[in-house]
Write a protein that binds this ligand. Structure first.
Ligand code: ADP
Ligand code: ADP
Length: 234
């Protein structure tokens, strides 16, 4: 089943200008349920622009994008926040944890906002904490832990809602090689458990863990590789 479909997505930042700059030119691809897809490209290629559009944080200026059977063009700003909470999980380069809450509260916050039942969330938290090896740091605060630990807390926060799609923006960008490997192993194992993942990165190492990699340059996808499979040019 297709969970995300982009058809001829275009993004022009300054639409008032006749020859305004096209950050995305003609981007089309699908992501099926259960896939682990990386979008790889150098700085300025259009990765963040693309991810922001998929994340319902920005609008395309051309083309169609359908996420979970919802045409994102028809999603009002008011409903976008609700849609994000219900369907998406986010992992960022710089963790985005709140220092005024302890790590466990950071993880549970998305569930609290949606008024989920406490026993359910505690059970899910216990499972995730074990898998992500964060049991020992739940009562500590984000400013008391290392970058690698912060990203595992952030991953738990993203996964606790069991999102239809996990979006990761350069998730290993602030991690050393040991913690990069650790996070990528976690992504692989949650993907094996059925979690659909879309990650953008400039790191070949990070992308190599995905099952499929799309290469983006100057706002266009120009190549596609299936892990352990033949590649083809788009
Ligand atoms: P990446 O994430 O791959 O580094 P971005 O999506 O951030 O690429 O940027 C793609 C292109 O769009 C770049 O040339 C960048 O300068 C331009 N760009 C990004 N954001 C804006 C913006 N808000 N206004 C104008 N141009 C932008
Ligand atoms: P891990 O590999 O599990 O991410 P590290 O080897 O990076 O852990 O860090 C080991 C310990 O050092 C952590 O338990 C953490 O408490 C402490 N630590 C590391 N970096 C920081 C930091 N920036 N601020 C506070 N504590 C830190």
């Amino acid at each position: 089943m297709t969970i995300l479909s982009l058809q001829h997505i275009q993004k022009q930042y300054d639409i008032s200008q006749q020859n305004g700059f096209l950050a995305l030119r003609d981007v089309s691809f699908n992501v099926d349920e259960g896939e682990y897809v990386a979008i790889m490209g150098e700085s300025g290629a259009g990765k963040t622009t693309l991810l922001n559009i998929i994340a319902t944080l920005d609008n395309a200026t051309g083309g169609e994008i359908i996420l979970n059977n919802q045409n994102l063009k028809q999603l009002s700003e008011k409903h976008a926040a609700q849609f994000r909470r219900e369907h998406l999980g986010f992992v960022f380069q710089n963790f985005n944890l709140l220092d005024t809450f302890n790590n466990e509260e950071n993880i549970l916050l998305p569930l609290v906002l949606d008024k989920k039942s406490v026993p359910d969330m505690k059970m899910r938290l216990a499972t995730l904490a074990k898998q992500l090896e964060i049991e020992g740091i739940l009562k500590r605060f984000p400013y008391e832990i290392s970058g690698g630990q912060k990203q595992r807390i952030a991953a738990a926060r993203a996964l606790i809602t069991q999102p239809d799609l996990l979006l990761a923006d350069e998730p290993t960008g602030a991690l050393d090689s040991h913690n990069t490997e650790r996070l990528l192993t976690i992504f692989e194992s949650v993907n094996q458990q059925g979690q659909t993942i879309l990650m953008v990165t400039h790191s070949a190492k990070a992308a190599s863990h995905a099952k499929r990699t799309l290469f983006i340059k100057d706002g266009k996808i120009f190549h596609e590789i299936y892990r352990g499979d033949q590649s083809r040019t788009a």
